[in-house]
Structure formats: C-alpha cells, structure tokens
Design a protein around this ligand. Structure first.
Ligand code: NAP
Ligand code: MG
Length: 490
C-alpha cells in the first residue's frame, strides 16, 4: 500500500527499501452479520442497532446493538442475580475459570488479533505481539490472586462489592476489557461492560470465550452502544463504575456519582513528558521516542507526546528522529510490515487535524516524512513539531494521535518543572546513563508511571494509573484488586 519514498536531501534512507505486501489473512475471523446484547450467557435481540466499520477503508463489518437504558438496567439485574452464586464460590474455583479464559485467549490469539486490527485500525504486529499476549497475561495474573485475597489483605476481610459497571475506550479494546474484567472476577464481582462505540467486535468475540470457558451465565455481560449506553450504565444499580476514557467524560461521571455511594475508578487522559538527557544513548532514545508516540498511532493515554530534549543534544536527536520517521511504514493494518495503521474514527481524525492546524497557526514548525496515505479510511502521517512553546495547545492538550511536540531544557530542575507543567499526570520517560539521576527524576515527576531508558512497557504485575486530571485508582498488580473489594482494604 504505502511505500516509503526516496527522500530528497542528504538523509541516507535506502533508495529501494520497499517491502512486499505481507497481509495477515482475514479468513481466520468468522464475523456474524449481526450481534445482540450478551446478557445472562445469551444473545438478546436488541431494539436498536448501528453499523461498525473498519477505519482503514470504511468497510461495514457488522451490525451491533445500541443498548437502551432499559436493556442496560436489565443486564445489571442479571449480573446482580449471578453475583449470589459467583461470590459464594471459593477463590480457587473462580481462578479455574480465569485460567481457562486466559488459555483460550492464547489459543485464539491470532483470530482476536486480526479482528482487533480490522475493527480498530492498529497494526497487526501490535495487536499480535502486544494486545493479545498482555490480555491473556492479565487473566493469568489475576487468576493467581483469586484464592489469595486473604494474603493480599491480611485480617481485613476482603469481600466483593457486587456488580461492576465497566466502560472502556477504543484504543486497546480487548486489553482494556482484560484490565477491567480479570480483577473484577478474581475478587468475586460480576460485571456489565460497555465497549467503545467504534470498537465493539473483540468484546463480542470475547463472549464466545466466556461460553467456551463455561463461565456461569450472568457473570460477564456485554452491552454495546454509544456514550448514552455508558451513561445508562453509570445510572444503573451498579456498586462500582470503572472507567477508562477522556477526562471530560470522567469528570461528568464523577459528578453523576457524587453522593450515591457507588465506588469509582477513573483512568483518563495524559500528556506525558519523555525526557532525554545529553548523556543518554541517543539511538536507543530515538527508538523510545518513536515507540512512545507512534505506537498505536499515538492513541495511547500514556503516549510520550511531549519530548523534552536537553539543549546540547537537541539538534542531533531531532535529526535522527526525522530520519527514523522516514522509515515508518504507514498503511494497511493487516499487513505485518505496517508500523503505523489507521486513525480509529473520523471524529478522532478531525480532532487531530484541528490540533495540528492550531500548532501551525501558533508558530511551531511541522515535519512529516513523505508517505502516501491510502485514499479511503482515516489516516494521518507521523508528525513532529519543533519550536514548540509550553503555552501552545499542542503542548498542553491531549492530541491522541501520531503527533509529537518537541521542547528543550537545560538543567534537570528545568526538565522537572516543565514536565510537571500539565493538568495530567499519567506517565513519563527518562533517558539518561546515570542511575542516580533516574531516581532523582522519578521522585519529582508527578506521574503514575515513570519509565527509565524505555517506554510503553506494561506488565500485569505492575500497577498503572494517574495523578491529577489523569484520574485515580490503580489497575494491575495487587493494587488493582483493592478497587473491587469492600472491607478495610485501601
Ligand atoms: P470517551 O468519550 O471518554 O470514551 C470512553 C468510553 O466512555 C467509551 O466507551 C464511550 O462511549 C463512553 N462514554 C462516552 N460518553 C459517556 C458518558 N456520558 N457516560 C458514560 N460513558 C460515556 O472518549 P472518546 O470520545 O472515545 O475519545 C475522546 C478523547 O478521550 C480522545 O481524543 C483522547 O484524548 C481521550 N481518550 C483517552 C483514553 C485513555 O485511555 N485514557 C482512551 C480513549 C480516549 P463511546 O465510544 O460511544 O464514545
Ligand atoms: Mg466518545
């Protein structure tokens, strides 16, 4: 599809560095034409529907349910009924189901990876090598905790909350489902989960896994639909809402839940600083910068979207970065050679375009490597802005696209001050040879995760979450159990 063109100028990009197409077969996924609501282990015929498309070419993929408030209420009632038996099971029995789900996800990972790329636009090599292994790992990890809650919270009598309403975004559809469902089930809760409007299909395929694992009916319920279905879930008779998505919607949910006694965790946006010191291994840092912002087209809440480079190496870093960007292959998400896939939706593309236009208007200098974008579908070339001031919108607002803003600093203190000058606080990256400096920086950066000499690394055993407008509550690790438990566990 897209070829990297011969670069004009001095950059030493090989002239004929083209790759033969290597498409992953779509055949492995058998899509239904129409999906209902998965409630109580059965498919319920929906009253309203919409069509979900592939963002790479706008091809319609399936008709799915647009859950009404009445249908959401019904799903929650079914989950509450199922809670009675599920919460009474010994943890070791719950663990067996979670282990089964994890193994089935591994067995069917290729099928899930293809569907994830088809419906969401992310490159197959990412869904295959990142989303799927991590989703399975989360189920394995929390399966291990299910019978050890008394050890995780000794003498504090941990007990499940009841029904968890879970609302997830479109950037890591199956992985976010795993982050939500695995700890909830391990701790003895039942769930009603709403996937994002644009990416419902892997959650619907997951219902198949739930059946295959013979999970008792009603323990996992999936209701698809737009934001209105999410709002209905927030208002339904749930004991807890776990939300990942935009800060704006997160705030609205928090307002809605104030005074209701329902528990809440919010994992919201970010505008992470990726900080490169002059003693860093520059080539590795450039790989980390690329991974930090162009991974998943930048649709990553912890994306390293603000690059801070120490002034003395800024020119060299930006130069190497631009050369590296010219080798990124943008195109067909199902091609195994693709590095950067499609933007998830028209709406998201509009948002990226608006912010990039603002960056130009405010005076930043834009660079995009030459690449041919497919004509149909939603696409945006990898982009870097230099000459960016702290006050520009592109340095303040979450773009959620493949757009990097480069700023500079002179001293470690200045780096910390600039990095923390944001309403968000989800993640950060530090590149330096000095271990002591890494610790010094990590102590001062107001971010839930600080990566050192790497970026975008995830592990189910490691807690993840934010400060400030990036939300509260942690997912992953032992910490990820607490938000699903009552008793003195906090
Ligand atoms: P969003 O609207 O916050 O979507 C997150 C989830 O919440 C989706 O399932 C969404 O449904 C649902 N939702 C929307 N309105 C709701 C409401 N009033 N009550 C309950 N649930 C509701 O995010 P978005 O519109 O997809 O993306 C907008 C921006 O959010 C992005 O540009 C990015 O900056 C940020 N974002 C952050 C993350 C993250 O991981 N932290 C993930 C995605 C997006 P619909 O899918 O139907 O909207
Ligand atoms: Mg939305």
């Amino acid at each position: 599809m897209t070829e990297v063109e011969k670069r004009r100028g001095a950059a030493p990009v090989p002239r004929d560095w083209t790759y033969a197409p290597a498409p992953e077969s779509r055949e492995i996924v058998a899509l239904h034409e129409r999906y209902g609501l998965f409630v109580g282990g059965e498919w319920l015929e929906p009253t309203e529907t919409y069509t979900t498309v592939s963002p790479a070419d706008e091809e319609p993929l399936a008709t799915v349910a647009q859950a009404t408030p009445a249908e959401v209420t019904h799903a929650v009632a079914v989950a509450r009924e199922a809670f009675i038996d599920w919460s009474a099971l010994p943890g070791s029995e719950r663990a067996k189901y979670l282990f089964r789900i994890a193994r089935i996800l591994q067995e069917r990972s290729r099928e899930f990876a293809v569907l994830e790329s088809l419906n969401g636009g992310k490159p197959i090599k990412e869904s295959r090598d990142v989303d799927l292994p991590l989703a399975a790992a989360h189920f394995f990890y929390y399966a291990g905790w299910a019978d050890k809650l008394e050890y995780a919270f000794p003498n504090r009598e941990p007990r499940p909350l009841g029904v968890a309403g879970q609302i997830i975004p479109w950037n890591f559809p199956l992985l976010m489902l795993a982050w939500k469902i695995a700890p909830a089930l391990a701790t003895g809760n039942t769930v009603v989960l709403k996937p994002a409007e644009t990416t419902p299909l892997t959650a619907l395929l997951f219902c198949d896994v739930v059946c295959q694992a013979e999970l008792p009916p009603g323990v996992v319920n999936i209701v698809t639909g737009d934001g209105a279905a999410g709002a209905a879930l927030v208002d339904a008779d749930v004991d807890k809402i776990a939300f990942t998505g935009s800060t704006e919607v997160g705030k609205a949910i928090q307002r809605r839940l104030a005074g209701t006694g329902k528990k809440l965790t919010l994992e919201l946006g970010g505008k992470a600083a990726n900080i490169v010191f002059d003693d860093a291994a520059i080539d590795q840092a450039v790989e980390g910068i690329v991974n930090g912002i162009y991974f998943n087209q930048g649709h990553v809440c912890c994306a390293g979207s603000r690059l801070f480079v120490q002034e003395s190496v800024a020119e060299a870093v930006v130069d190497k970065l631009k050369r590296r960007m010219a080798t990124l292959r943008v195109g067909d998400p199902l091609d195994k050679n693709t590095d950067v896939g499609a933007i998830n939706s028209r709406q998201q593309l509009d948002k990226i375009e608006e912010l990039v236009a603002a960056g130009r208007a405010e005076g930043a200098e834009i660079y995009q490597p030459p690449c041919r974008l497919p004509e149909r579908g939603y696409w945006f070339a990898p982009t870097v802005f230099t000459n960016v001031a702290q006050s520009y919108r592109i340095a303040q607002e979450e773009i959620f696209g493949p757009v990097l803003s480069v700023l500079t600093f002179r001293t470690p203190d200045e780096a910390v001050e600039k990095a923390n000058n944001t309403p968000y606080g989800l993640s950060a990256g530090v590149w330096t040879e000095k271990g002591s400096r890494i610790l010094w920086m990590a102590e001062r950066l107001r971010a839930g995760v600080v990566w050192a000499n790497t970026y975008n690394r995830f592990d189910p055993a490691s807690p993840f979450g934010g400060y400030k407008e990036s939300g509260f509550g942690r997912e992953g690790g032992r910490h990820g159990l607490a938000p699903y438990l009552a008793g003195a566990v906090q």
